[in-house]
Ligand binder design. Structure first.
Ligand SMILES: *[C@@H]1O[C@H](CO)[C@@H](O)[C@H](O)[C@H]1NC(C)=O
Ligand SMILES: *[C@@H]1O[C@H](CO)[C@@H](O)[C@H](O)[C@H]1NC(C)=O
Ligand SMILES: *[C@@H]1O[C@H](CO)[C@@H](O)[C@H](O)[C@H]1NC(C)=O
Ligand SMILES: *[C@@H]1O[C@H](CO)[C@@H](O)[C@H](O)[C@H]1NC(C)=O
Ligand SMILES: *[C@@H]1O[C@H](CO)[C@@H](O)[C@H](O)[C@H]1NC(C)=O
Length: 326
C-alpha cells in the first residue's frame, strides 16, 4: 500500500516531457525532429522552424547524424537536405543557429567553403556535409525542445528545457544572444532586430538605450546588406506581399539637407554604399529597409519615406535594427 502510494506520488510529481505532436525524439540528443519535404532556401527553412519554436537541426554527434539521415531518407526521397549550420551568424565562421561551434564534424572531402552566405547541407547517401549557397532550395529538418505535457499538474517542476548537454558556451561576443554577431573584412558588429512598431526617432533612442554605444544600423557594403536581409528573413516569417509593410524596418539613415537631398548615417560614417529602391531617394526624411521586396529588384532595398507612419493613417509603425560596433 505504501509502495503504491509512493509510486503514485512519484508519477504525479514527475516532469512529463514529450515531443511536440508530429515530431520524433532523437535518442542521443533528447531533442525532437520533424522533416519538412518542402524545397526551401535555408532562410525560409529556418524561418519555418522558428515559427514553431525551433531551429534547423544541429548535429552534435554521430548518433544524431545517423538518426537524421534515416529520418529524412523516405520523406525526402533520397534528396540532400538542410541542417542548421551557417556562416552567416558568426561572419564567415561556421556555427549552429544558437551560435555554438560545430564540434562534431562530418564534412565531405574538400569542404567547407567559409564564405558568407553558405549553409550546411547533408548529403542523403552517406550523410556527409557539403557547404552550399543558402539560397538553394532543399527540404529541411527542424529541431524542437521537448515540451511539458498539458496534463502535468505540478507548478514546481522544472520546465522541459532541452536535455541536450551544454557542451560549449555560445561563441557570440555580443551583449547577449538577442544580438547576431558578424565579422569579416568589411565589418565587425553585433546586430539587434526588433519588429516592434515605433517611429524612427523612438527607434534611434531604443537602440541607444539598449547598450552603450549602440545605434540604428548603418550599412556599408552589399555583403552587409545581404547579411542583414538574410538574417532578418531567417529570424522572422516571410510575409505575403499584402502585409509586407509590417516588415519594413528603420535603418540609421536620414535626410540632413532637404535642399540638396543629402542623406547621412546617424553615426556620421561615410555613405559609401547605397541600395536605393525604385523612385528613392526623393527627399523624404527617414529611410527604411525592405527585406521582402523582390518584384522591382533584389531583397533589402532602401526606401525614403515618412518618419512616423501613424501620421499618415497607418495603424502601426515599423520595426528597427540596431548595431553595436565591436
Ligand atoms: C523518388 O526519386 C526517384 C528517382 O528520381 C523517382 O523515380 C521517384 O518517382 C521519386 N519518388 C517520389 C515519391 O517522389
Ligand atoms: C570555436 O571556433 C573558433 C574558431 O575556430 C575558436 O577560436 C574557438 O575557440 C572555438 N570555441 C570553442 C568553445 O571551441
Ligand atoms: C567559396 O565561395 C565563394 C563565393 O561564392 C567563391 O568566390 C569561392 O571561389 C569559393 N571557394 C572555393 C574554395 O570554392
Ligand atoms: C523591442 O523594442 C521595444 C521598444 O523599444 C521594446 O519595448 C521591446 O522590449 C523590444 N523587444 C525585444 C524582444 O527586445
Ligand atoms: C524627431 O526628432 C526631431 C528632433 O530631434 C524632431 O524635429 C522631429 O519632429 C521628430 N520626428 C518625429 C516623427 O517624432
Amino acid at each position: 500500500m505504501l509502495l503504491i502510494f509512493t509510486l503514485i506520488s512519484f508519477l504525479i510529481s514527475a516532469v512529463l516531457c514529450t515531443c511536440p505532436t508530429g515530431t520524433e525524439l532523437g535518442g542521443a540528443s533528447g531533442l525532437c525532429y520533424k522533416p519538412f519535404p518542402i524545397r526551401s532556401t535555408w532562410y525560409q527553412g529556418e524561418s519555418t522552424c522558428v515559427q514553431n519554436g525551433g531551429h534547423l537541426a544541429s548535429e552534435r554527434d554521430v548518433f544524431t547524424a545517423a538518426f537524421l539521415v534515416g529520418l529524412a531518407d523516405f520523406p525526402f526521397n533520397h534528396t540532400d537536405f538542410w541542417l542548421g549550420g551557417t556562416t552567416n551568424f558568426l561572419g564567415g565562421m561556421w556555427s549552429w543557429p544558437d551560435f555554438t561551434n560545430l564540434t562534431y564534424i562530418n564534412w565531405a572531402g574538400g569542404q567547407p567553403n567559409n564564405s558568407l552566405g553558405y549553409c550546411l547541407m547533408q548529403r542523403a547517401g552517406d550523410g556527409k556535409w557539403i557547404s552550399v549557397d543558402c539560397t538553394q532550395q532543399k527540404p529541411f529538418i527542424c529541431e524542437y525542445p521537448q515540451v511539458q505535457q498539458q496534463t502535468c499538474t505540478c507548478p514546481t517542476t522544472p520546465p522541459c528545457a532541452s536535455t541536450q548537454p551544454a557542451t560549449q558556451p555560445s561563441q557570440n561576443p555580443c551583449p547577449n544572444n538577442n544580438w547576431v554577431y558578424s565579422n569579416n573584412d568589411d565589418f565587425s558588429k553585433c546586430y539587434y532586430f526588433n519588429t516592434s512598431a515605433i517611429n524612427w526617432n523612438d527607434s534611434l533612442v531604443a537602440c541607444q538605450n539598449l547598450y552603450n554605444g549602440a545605434t540604428l544600423v548603418t550599412i556599408h557594403s552589399s555583403a552587409e546588406n545581404d547579411l542583414i536581409t538574410n538574417v532578418f528573413r531567417s529570424k522572422y516569417p516571410i510575409p505575403t506581399a499584402s502585409d509586407s509593410y509590417y516588415y519594413w524596418i528603420w535603418i540609421g539613415l536620414r535626410l540632413i539637407d532637404p535642399v540638396n537631398v543629402v542623406y547621412q548615417w546617424v553615426d556620421n560614417t561615410a555613405l559609401d554604399y547605397t541600395n536605393w529602391g525604385d523612385n528613392s531617394p526623393s527627399g523624404y526624411t527617414c529611410v527604411h529597409f525592405d527585406p521582402t521586396l523582390q518584384d522591382n529588384g533584389p531583397y533589402g532595398q532602401w526606401i525614403d519615406a515618412y518618419c512616423d507612419y501613424t501620421d499618415i493613417g497607418f495603424t502601426s509603425n515599423l520595426g528597427f535594427i540596431c548595431e553595436l560596433q565591436l
